[in-house]
Design a protein around this ligand. Sequence first.
Ligand SMILES: [Zn+2]
Length: 262
Amino acid sequence: MKNKKGFTLIELIVVIAILGILALFLVPSFLGYTKDAQKATCEANRHIIERSYTFYKAKSVEEITLNEYINSDNGKEYQGSKCPAGGVYTYDDANGKVICSIHGEDEDKNEGTGEESGDGDKSEDSDPEESTTPKIPGTELDVNYENVISVVKGENIGQVGKGQIIELKDNENNILGYYIVKYPTHIGSFSGQTSSGDLLELTKDPAINVFGTGSNAIKDALGDRRSIGTKILYNGKYYISIEKLDENPQIPGNGTHWVEIK
Ligand SMILES: [Zn+2]
């Protein structure tokens, strides 16, 4: 009998071929595991941010976007909770969910396995009123109909005070625009005309976030944006300028430059 040691070339080729064939099956499934792991991490991170941001929003008077929150002192501990695949997180106000640009929103409800957020989903989804509340243009404020007068085009409004917000609708209940009263006045039939100078249309231009307080903070945030109708988010509240701002803009609450939007 001949004593064979090691492998012959043929045997080696066969082994390598088998390994190659195995790799064909295994590599994609390893990649799949990575993707699943990324997705699971992303979902866990979304939950953490969602809970903390939703809670913060609920107890805070200040309207703050998810991005602003994460970049603020209150939310900075969540800066590390990111999507491992590089997705960008946004907050869906209507459903109170954090959404990843890559992994989307929670899939618990479809899979039926989510325990901790399953109940939350249901209660949030079944609240149609919240999802249809419009926002005051340029702000994160929900339109509060305790303060806002809603009129159909052509309707009489009557006497209104400074800072009053008016919602204008057409006959089909479509919102045509929002206006804020600059000076106390009497408005007859209203169709969106603001030529009297007493009303200012609230445009979609977003409010400028003022970091810090005081005149210099406002100056820094404004830059050269000083026209009438400029909106700022100052110390947790929204304000709109009803006069052209000069070199030294007033601090909201003092003087006549700013009117609070609420
Ligand atoms: Zn993601």
